[in-house]
Design a protein around this ligand. Sequence first.
Ligand code: GLC
Length: 871
Amino acid sequence: MAVKKQSKAVKKQTKTVAKKQPKAAAKKQTKAAVKKQPKVVAKKQTKTAVKKQPKVAAKAETSQTVGGQYGYFDDANKEYVLRNPATPIKWCNYVGTLAFGGIVDTTGGTVLCKGDPALNRITKYISQMPCSDFKGSTIYIRIKEKDAVRILSPFVVPTCTMWDRWECRIGLSYTKWIAEGFGLRVTVTVFVPAKSSTLIQDISIENISRKNMEIDVVPVYEFSHFDALKQLTNADWVPQTMTVEAHKENSGHVILEQYAFMKKQYAVNYFTASQPADSFDGDRRAFLGFNEITGWAAPATLYKGKLSNSTALRGDNIAAQMFKFKLAPKKIGRVATQLGQEKSIAEAMPAIKKYRDLKNVDKAFTDLADFWKNYLTALQVKTPDSSFNSMINVHNPRQCHTTKNWSRYLSLYQLGFGSDRGIGYRDSSQDLLGVMSHMPEEARVLAENLLSVQLEGGNAMHQYFPSTMEANEGDSREKEDRPKYYGDDHLWIVLTVASYLKETGNMEFLKKEITFYNKKKELEAREKGTVLEHLKRSLAFSWNDRGTHGIPHLGFADWNDTVNLSTGAESLFNASLFAKALLEMIDICEAIENRELAEQYKNWYEEIKAQVNKTAWDGEWYIRWFDEKGEPLGSSKNKYNKIDSLGQSWPVISGIAPAEYAKTALDSVNKLLNTENGIKLSWPGYNGFDPSVGGVSTYPPGAKENGGIFLHANPWVMIAETIIGNGDRAFQYYNQINPAAKNNGKISEFESEPYCYPQNILGSEHKQFGLARNAWLSGTSSWTYQAATQYILGIKATFKGLSVNPCIPKAWKEFSVSRKFRDAVYEISVKNPNGVSKGVKSVTINGNAIEGNVLPILPGKKHIVEVVMGE
Ligand code: GLC
């Protein structure tokens, strides 16, 4: 039904576009182009547009019905294939890493940064603008015909080109477009070679017509000032400092060099290609022409034979080059462009030369595929559920890699401008848990950065900027009368370090010295402590920072950023997270045989457990906070926010909930918070701004933290359900939010990308129930991956070995997992002959039975493990 409706809408839209827009546009364009743009061009274009558009729409519809409304999963190639450019909202992909890389949207827009999105931005992209505006990049294809030119874009925008066939393949750190029509097959692949500071655009054009063709290819980038926020807020200083110079080499190759004046000696951006350029432009006004009136849709220069060879001493900087091809039928032309940043052009030359050789471009692309192959083989699964397999084998670990890189810093929603974001302490600590089995050493490096912004007192700075390592207190800076720390940040890192130690066995890491953060002191003068000392201070901070109920204080906020109660409030979530961190620390202490410390933490754990159960049981569920007066919030006594999901999942995860409380609390979640689109964070939502609770009440009921389906909290309920042995419910919760499962049917309601988790879905109190936003950078990725692999499939690293303790749907008869652990690969196949959810009856390794369900740490390559579940 939804499919049909959508198709009709598309048809309608297309018709309108076809009939109305081109005529109007053509008229306007013709007039604007006045003398220079030949009239005939505009006319011709209009006709083409009118003729071609309906065709494409019809094709898109066919593909929609086959593979989902917008595209389909090509599991063999590990890609999502988009066939219809008119996605409900902008969809995107990530290329490269935080060190160099960024976002590429499905219609060719690029946000590129090196090392720090706020402080070293390269391209200008404003995600709030319509799809055709401020994209940071595009490519024009210019076909010369007898007395006219036709201007196309393989990305559909900004020229509104309607191709006979169009595909955008969202791959592992690359995006590949294939556009066919007008006698051409254009293929564009965008990626960043591993460990490079170069964005490659590999463009090939095949003449699929029967006549000779003359084609110009014109890739264009628009630059941002390196200070991304200044670019938007200062139109005086910024344009006076921006420069583009052109270096013409004897070979005919052109390097456009771009910099902001104060960075001239330190960092320059460059744009060049594998092929000599016919002409170029560095000044946007020169390239667009006519006071930029015809805009990116019809740059005036493209109607002349050549670009204007402009450089820019100031103003809006771009890099455009024109490459010429004469192609006989079936012939292919290819050019690879490079957009990079180095200290100087001289220092960029080795990379420039390397990637001018197309063989090296091919090699870099194969290397990238190898990186992903290697990364993903760390854990591969085969279960009876194909969209579970697709998410766990490809898209979910891929998203974990993305969140590990960009934290919550740079997305189409978290824009990476100014001091608003940075690398989040709690966010990245959790992200690392999602990549630990795949890249533990890279995770350790980031964990060290996080530890270095922990304060001497044990609590942590809320976020830091990766290029300067300067840290700040996050939103708590804005409220004078509230605590300047978050009550949870410093506790997450205990889980992260424990996970690293269990994965690698590298206990020496605990002895590594890392500085504590102190804004007032130079780096060399800062206090140092071992990693173990950092963790001890984390725990001591929460122990010493408890309120009247013996529960840790909330601080400015806990995991839920938006509930900001007055100083003195206590957080039951912080209590559970503290308890979980204590459990991890007890494990660590036992592994290093520090019994005294283990004993101390066991006492703390028991004390917290007792206090929570004494003070916070509400009857059917746990209370979530006590305010500064000791009044409960997240209780049946409250009018709004009666029940909160974290309040129930975390006492189970931390083991502090006795069995009957655990079951009752999770049943209450099921009854009061669960919906077909996921579990709501809380209920009921506030219905009006209430300054005493803060940000949560700025949202309408059902949105974000105010009773929305805040996805990050869903896997915690899944995990809790597996802990109490409820595999069917855990899997139901998993499926409810699996974006891949939305591709057919629910996608027009969901709107967000089907190949990654969004941060939030509007809850049932909202009229647009089911609508998702804030794709990619969400803790949902790491935690759903952990829920699926460590709790549903039940494969978890411990100090003693790999624990196998599945909690699956009863209907699953078997599944298998291939898991790299330490030096070995464990090929685990699990049989479930009696249809249970939980319980391991027997385990054999290489044919030999073992006691218990922990696979010992084994040397060598591959070990065959057979597990039988049962009572
Ligand atoms: C956002 C923040 C995260 C916070 C969550 C809930 O995702 O990045 O730190 O825990 O919102 O408020």
